[in-house]
Design a binder for this molecule. Structure first.
Ligand SMILES: [Zn+2]
Ligand SMILES: [Zn+2]
Length: 335
């Protein structure tokens, strides 16, 4: 099984050859629910972690912004219930509905576990594990063949009310005695607990966000967009930002889409160098059921958010690394 991004509606470099200078590859991960093992690349799957290395925790306690706390097992149980109801509806062609018994097992919308639980050490949760062999756009220190992305699954005010990310690069052969089972946090924000997914990496090409192109080139692209919009029958035309330049969804490498706030510099807190995009966690894999980025293997009714991760109001969390040193801390931006 693979996942294949449909060809773009047109090759934008035929119209604007200069864009080749503002281009990069990215690897779309195409996460889909499954049962990955620690030997697999995954989103939200088990990590190959040395048994003698302490599992990272967050001890920010009261400094977290506390919203609606759930235990990881409650989150998983709720998702099973919703999935069962959906499967029933699909199989019988009836309207999606929960049974009374299922409804009774779901926590109320406003329910929260006791807030004091955030004062315990919060074990970080696995967000992604990527083996170099699977990801064409993998970058890491020499010799490293494994990148592990973890985050604290609670809201951090100093991170723009997002999870706080930590990155680990390893040489998988060094992990001779792997940890059998990772510790779990007592509570999470359910938006930050990924459903375990296998990945179907696919390399694609991206073009820089319009606002970061030379001004003159950006202006010509905008003028062309307006022109095609006028000419097209459905008054939609083709959009550089949505259809031609940047892929939505979980990916490695490529460029950030700055459409929420407009671009702002992301510089390393350690050395001041401008950082590069390493990894993207997204709230959706494509824009709507007619989205041009939906892989050809996925039907129009396929759920667009297979990981169940949600960033802000359906945005993406961009994770940047310092090009000077893999030891410098990552930075994030929500867009
Ligand atoms: Zn935290
Ligand atoms: Zn740096």
């Amino acid at each position: 099984m693979t996942r294949t991004t449909p060809p773009r509606p047109l090759d934008i470099t035929e119209l604007f050859p200069e864009l080749r200078e503002h281009s990069a590859t990215a690897t779309r991960l195409h996460p889909r629910p499954g049962m990955p093992t620690a030997a697999d690349s995954s989103v939200g799957g088990p990590l190959l972690w040395p048994a003698d290395e302490a599992w990272p925790v967050c001890i920010d306690g009261d400094a977290h912004y506390i919203f609606r706390l759930r235990t990881p097992s409650t989150v998983r149980r709720s998702r099973e219930i919703y999935a069962a109801a959906q499967a029933r509806a699909d199989a019988t062609g009836t309207r999606y509905a929960l049974t009374d018994e299922e409804r009774a097992q779901l926590p109320g919308l406003d329910f929260s576990e006791p807030h004091s639980l955030v004062n315990q050490p919060i074990s970080l949760v696995p967000v992604a594990q990527l083996y170099r062999r699977d990801v064409p756009d993998f970058t890491g220190p020499d010799g490293a063949d494994l990148l592990q992305v973890l985050w604290c699954p609670l809201d951090h005010p100093e991170e723009g009310y997002n999870p706080r990310v930590r990155l680990y690069w390893r040489q998988s052969a060094d992990v001779s005695r792997p940890l059998a089972a990772a510790p779990e946090p007592p509570v999470v924000n359910d938006s930050y607990l990924p459903t375990p997914c296998v990945v179907y990496p696919e390399q694609i090409r991206e073009y820089q966000y319009g606002g970061l192109l030379p001004e003159e080139l950006d202006a010509r692209i905008t003028a062309w967009e307006e022109e095609t919009e006028e000419e097209s029958d459905d008054e939609e035309g083709i959009d550089y930002q949505f259809d031609l330049s940047l892929a939505p969804g979980w990916k490695v490498g490529g460029f950030a889409n700055w459409s929420l706030t407009d671009p702002h510099p992301v510089d390393c807190t350690e050395c001041g160098t401008a950082m590069t995009l390493l990894f993207t966690a997204d709230s959706g894999e494509w824009h709507g059921s007619g989205g041009s980025w939906r892989p050809v293997e996925d039907p129009a009714e396929a759920p667009p958010n297979p990981t169940d991760v949600s960033i802000g109001r359906g945005y993406a969390l961009y994770i940047f690394r310092c090009p000077v040193s893999f030891d410098h801390p990552p930075a994030t931006a929500m867009q």
